[in-house]
Design a protein around this ligand. Structure first.
Ligand code: ZN
Length: 628
């Protein structure tokens, strides 16, 4: 028995406890004592303060009200405006999930209604929001989690046992180092290995989607052994950070992957899209749908600022990174406060239409690992306002000459930004009303946004809370099949938003093949183009390219107008990177730069070093940096 459980059993009277389980780092006490279930929190307050761990009291099976009766009561108590869609009773964990269209009336006023549900049914209510535009993937994920609820109870308990393994043991040795397995002096295949005396944790594990030799992180090194990885932390859903994770489950990883809930949903979608694209290219996909399911079954979601032990010497919390829905910086506390690391991953220190700007205050901070995608001297992005005006100007010009505009996008982040800009411009009659086609994944990913308003900025959150789905409008149309795609291409002037962002496969490439030869059409890039990708070559003035059309390789001329708008980027530009660093409190002792082209990173590194007299470092792939 784990020491922490022994400790609890000594301190809490036996008659109150039916069993104790871990749910990762949370401790769950199941009780069959009604009073302890309802009032026990007060009784254990002292213990919680002493051990500083989250302890939750739940009813054991014999206490739970029968499901039919509980369902009736919940539907009676819940205000009609909540619009309950379904209830799911998880008997393994004594939780009832209330899925509804509008959670606000359930959670307002100090969650009085939820407390009442708990008191009358003994089930612990948990509320989830059903997006107004229902999304198949959200439903699918909820289903996978429910179907595996027995597995998850065991799995989370095993993780807890590992986290608390050496709870009472004095930690003698303390050091930590980070090995860059990918994404250093380059963009793509982000993957870092954090190694301490007790733990090995992966930070992101992505793929370089552009063609080339450096597609995957380098995993065949002595320090990487899949069986020894304790946890994976995923900062956000973009494939260059998440793309390899289902593959890690394929090759035998069975530990947890920590991320925010929207990151879990969007990552699953992008992974599905990724393998369907490879199928179409008739190559062997890297992983299968069942590996994506494994990833979901092993996921642990955290809210921003929630503190969570993930191993016996590592504690993490996520902070909003301003980059895309659910994207996070991760603050990592090593060796019970001995060393504090902030890994920014991709972040936008500035305003966007979607998400707030990231915080710069952290309780403690010694090492900063920061991205530098746009860290070069030349990387001053035009203002948000100018960039939005550019989008509108080019769209307007193209539509007025009765042609088509294509936005190749990553699916999450810029897609929704562009949607909001265009929606507003059409509503204000600045551009003529034409259909805006969202191909495949973009539609589903947008639906996920309205399921998680708490991850969006204040304005959008307020709109969604009041029942207004900001992402829905008559002008947005879904394109789901090649036949519908053909209709779009044969139809009149329109705007098309489609994945992938760099024209490397996916719907955007299909559109590009058809739109490229015709003068008057426009392609607008709003996201970073990795060197070697078709997108990056088009941006640099490529005149023609080879592609398969109906199984036949053809040379396609590029005559359309090519526009690149950097000011909408989800990455910070050079000034934003520097001002983020200068606003950091406390100021870090060391700054390590990754995720950027080598010249940009070196330049940023020397600037930061001069400005702040701080140690800076630009590691190469496979370099290890000792941080404490
Ligand atoms: Zn990203």
């Amino acid at each position: 028995m784990s020491d922490i459980i022994k400790f609890l059993l000594e301190r809490i009277p036996k008659e109150f406890i039916s069993s104790i389980y871990f749910e990762a780092s949370d401790i769950i006490i199941y009780t069959s004592d009604k009073e302890f279930f309802l009032e026990g929190r007060e009784k254990i307050k002292e213990i919680v303060d002493e051990i500083k761990k989250r302890i939750e009291i739940r009813a054991s099976k014999e206490l739970l009200l029968e499901k039919e009766k509980a369902e009736k009561i919940i539907k009676e108590i819940a205000p009609k405006e909540a619009e309950i869609v379904y209830l799911y009773f998880n008997d393994h964990r004594s939780i009832v999930t209330i899925a509804c269209k509008n959670p606000s009336p359930l959670v307002q006023n100090n969650a009085e209604i939820l407390k009442k549900i708990k008191k009358e049914t003994f089930w612990k209510p948990e509320v989830i929001r059903i997006p107004i535009n229902e999304s198949k993937i959200s439903e699918g994920i909820v289903n996978i989690l429910y179907k595996s609820s027995f597995f998850r109870k065991k799995f989370l308990n095993e993780i807890g046992k590992k986290i608390y393994r050496d709870w009472t043991k004095e930690k003698k040795e303390t050091w930590a180092r980070v090995t860059f397995l990918g994404g250093a002096r380059e963009v793509g295949r982000s993957c870092l290995l954090l190694h301490t005396p007790e733990s090995k944790v992966l930070l992101d594990c992505g793929i370089n989607v552009a063609e080339g030799n450096n597609k995957f992180p380098i995993l065949n090194v002595p320090e990487f052994n899949i069986k020894e990885i304790d946890a994976i932390i995923l900062t956000h859903s973009h494939l260059d950070h998440s793309g390899m994770i289902p593959y890690l489950y394929k090759i035998g990883y069975r530990g947890p992957v920590y991320m925010t809930a929207p990151t879990r949903d969007v990552t699953a979608l992008l992974a599905l899209d990724f393998i369907s694209v490879t199928y179409k290219q008739a190559t062997q996909p890297l992983f299968s749908v069942s590996d994506i399911k494994k990833m979901i079954k092993h996921s642990i979601t955290l809210d921003y600022r929630e503190v969570c032990d993930i191993t016996s010497d590592i504690r993490i919390s996520f902070f909003n990174a301003g980059h895309a829905l659910g994207s996070s910086m991760v603050h990592i506390n090593i060796g019970n406060g001995l060393h504090n690391l902030l890994y920014t991953s991709d972040f936008k220190y500035g305003k966007t239409r979607l998400i707030d700007s990231p915080p710069t205050y952290f309780k403690r901070l010694e090492t900063l690992i920061m991205e530098g995608t746009y860290g070069g001297k030349e990387n001053k992005q035009p203002s948000r306002k100018e960039s939005e005006e550019l989008v509108i100007r080019y769209v307007k010009k193209t539509i007025e000459r009765r042609k088509k505009v294509l936005f190749p996008v990553l699916g999450v982040g810029r897609s929704q930004d562009v949607m909001l800009i265009i929606k507003e411009a059409i509503e204000n009659k600045i551009i003529p009303e034409v259909p805006v086609y969202l191909d495949g994944m973009v539609w589903d990913i947008t639906a996920i946004h309205s399921a998680y308003p708490e991850f969006l900025n204040y304005n959008l959150r307020k709109e969604i809370y009041s029942g207004n789905d900001v992402f829905s409008s008559e002008i947005f149309r879904r394109v789901g099949s090649p036949i519908e795609r053909k209709e779009v291409l044969e139809g009149g002037p329109c705007i098309i938003i489609a994945t992938s962002g760099m024209l490397v496969g996916g719907a955007s490439l299909e559109y590009f093949k058809e739109l490229a030869p015709e003068k008057g059409n426009t392609v607008i890039f709003t996201s970073y183009q990795v060197k070697g990708s078709l997108g990056s070559q088009v941006k640099e003035g490529l005149k023609e390219f080879k592609a398969f059309i109906d199984g036949e390789e053809k040379t396609i001329p590029i005559n359309l107008e090519v526009v690149s708008i950097e000011g909408l980027s989800g990455h910070s530009d050079r000034n934003q990177l520097i001002s983020f660093v200068s606003n950091l409190k406390p100021f870090p002792k060391r700054i390590i730069l990754n995720h950027g082209e080598v010249n940009r990173l070196k330049n940023l590194s020397s600037t930061l070093n001069k400005l702040f007299k701080v140690e800076t470092n630009v590691p190469r792939v496979l370099d290890s940096v000792r941080i404490c």
